[in-house]
Ligand binder design. Structure first.
Ligand code: HEM
Length: 452
């Protein structure tokens, strides 16, 4: 298959090293952003191995090794990395995202169904409502108004997840407080996570995480109050609430419910915000793609706000989102700690090794993708992505439970907004992809608003 670039636009990526960085350099690079450590050759290697101090690290970068590690050996690989666990345990406790074993199985049964595809008809109206509010606000702005597209998308997706978690009125009132509390927490966890990754003594990250725990307690207090209010209110037949839906499936202790509410907020907020922000950036650099998207949205929607029923009729909007998730996967590294000795292909993997699937590498592996660094949404219209070679939502039993939610939300919001508005990058601004926990276009995305 030969892909002719429509816009010939290669979006930015960090320098790919030609020689191996020293350990000290690698740590410095990793601290800045986990995207910055990779060598050019890593992108096309199927399986490679490195060592961080005493810990062995295996990177699966081909469909067969991804399948082996995350599907066939899912049980051995069910534990998240110490980095993830240290970073998120104070906030999520035994929440689904970081739990394992019987606890994970039990919680998965309570959490997965509430955002299942079959419930989208209840949840999508909230997405449509929020998209309509944003479209109206943007259209009222004078042409050329400065906005921070990352911040805008973060606020919009916070409204969606808070209104679906806690119900419309309560969620809307709480969105700002919840976002603020979570972002303060995230700003604190970088150091702790790195210590655990490097296998430093247990007490060191714990000491560092003192202030992290204080932040987590603040978030817990906010969530506990919201959840209590949701559960006290009489059930409103027209009102979708994920919190209420979870309690209907399983009897859960208040702290368990809070841990899962925190998990859903954390997993479902920044991921969708970053996807939409990256999509706006990519479109701003690709006039042909932006024009095709606007034309599709105008034809299908004819001035309306997109609903769930429109999603199948918006294939180009979907392709833009899929291509954005390929180039800038919000979770660019999926890490596991091997629970037992095992093998990957013919390599011995000792217990305790870190086993990584790195969508950042896999999604740009030149053996799997034609013109891997180009932005070309059409590729998703022309053929299906390689099985086990495209994993923005992970794969195997721990696959994202919010995949449908995230896809429907981003397509509804993007199509609705792109119908009337085009965003341009503020002249002179240089976008640099950075990833600590999630992959973001730096700390902000200054853009200006224009009619589509
Ligand atoms: C574009 C949007 C999204 C992306 C790219 C994304 C990506 C991911 C990835 C990669 C994982 C697995 C992490 C790992 O294996 O280490 C994951 C897990 C998870 N996601 Fe998402 N996600 C998105 C949206 C959502 C939404 C909207 C929700 C909920 C409303 C959600 C809920 C979850 C949960 C609960 C898990 C943990 C599943 C488990 O461990 O069993 N995600 N997500």
């Amino acid at each position: 298959m030969s892909l002719q670039p429509v816009d010939d636009f290669v979006p930015p990526y960090p320098e790919r090293h030609l020689t191996r960085p020293t350990l000290v350099q690698a740590i410095r690079l990793f601290r800045r952003s986990m995207l910055d450590v990779w060598m050019k050759g890593h992108f096309s290697e199927d399986l490679f191995q490195t060592k961080i101090l005493k810990r062995r690290v295996f990177v699966c970068n081909s469909p067969d090794t991804v399948r082996q590690a995350f599907v066939e050996q899912a049980e051995i690989m069910e534990r998240k990395t110490p980095q993830m666990r240290y970073a998120l345990e104070p906030l999520l406790g035994d929440g689904l995202f970081i739990s394992e074993g019987e606890m994970w199985r039990r919680r998965r049964r309570a959490v997965a169904p509430v955002t299942h595809a079959s419930r989208m008809h209840e949840l999508a109206p909230v997405m449509t409502e929020v998209a309509a509010e944003w479209a109206a606000r943007w259209q009222a702005l004078p042409e050329g108004t400065d906005i921070d597209a990352l911040e805008e998308m973060a606020q919009m997706t916070a409204e969606v997840i808070c209104r679906t978690l806690f119900g419309r009125a309560l969620g809307s009132a709480a969105a700002e407080t919840v976002v603020h509390a979570f972002s303060t927490y995230q700003a604190r966890i970088g150091q702790t996570a790195l210590g655990a990754m490097l296998n430093l003594p247990d007490w060191l990250p714990r000491l560092q995480s003192f202030s992290t725990r204080r932040e987590a307690r603040r978030i817990h207090a906010v969530l506990d109050k919201l959840i209590a209010t949701v559960l006290e209110a009489p059930p409103d037949a027209g009102e979708a609430s994920l919190v209420r839906a979870m309690t209907a499936l399983q009897s859960m202790e208040p702290w368990a419910l809070r841990n899962e509410a925190a998990t859903l907020f954390m997993a479902g907020h920044e991921t969708t915000a970053n996807t939409l922000a990256w999509a706006w950036y990519l479109l701003s650099q690709s006039p042909a793609a932006a024009a095709r998207l606007a034309a599709e949205a105008q034809t299908v929607l004819a001035g309306r706000t997109a609903t769930l029923a429109d999603v199948d009729a918006l294939p180009y909007a979907r392709a833009v989102i899929e291509e954005t998730l390929r180039l800038y996967p919000p979770v660019p590294m999926l890490g596991r700690e091997a629970l037992r000795d095992t093998t990957l292909r013919d390599r011995f993997v000792p217990q305790g090794s870190l086993v990584l699937v790195v969508p950042w590498l896999l999604h740009r592996n030149p053996k799997l993708w034609d013109m891997p660094d180009h932005f070309r949404p059409e590729r998703f219209l022309e053929s299906a992505p390689p099985r086990y070679g495209y994993v923005p939502f992970s794969i195997g039993p721990r696959v994202c439970t919010g995949q449908q939610f995230g896809m429907v939300e981003t397509v509804i919001c993007l199509a609705t907004l792109a119908q009337g508005t085009a965003l341009r990058l503020r002249p002179g601004h240089v976008v640099r992809p950075v990833s600590r926990l999630t992959l973001r276009p730096g700390d902000g995305l200054p853009m200006t608003v224009h009619p589509a």
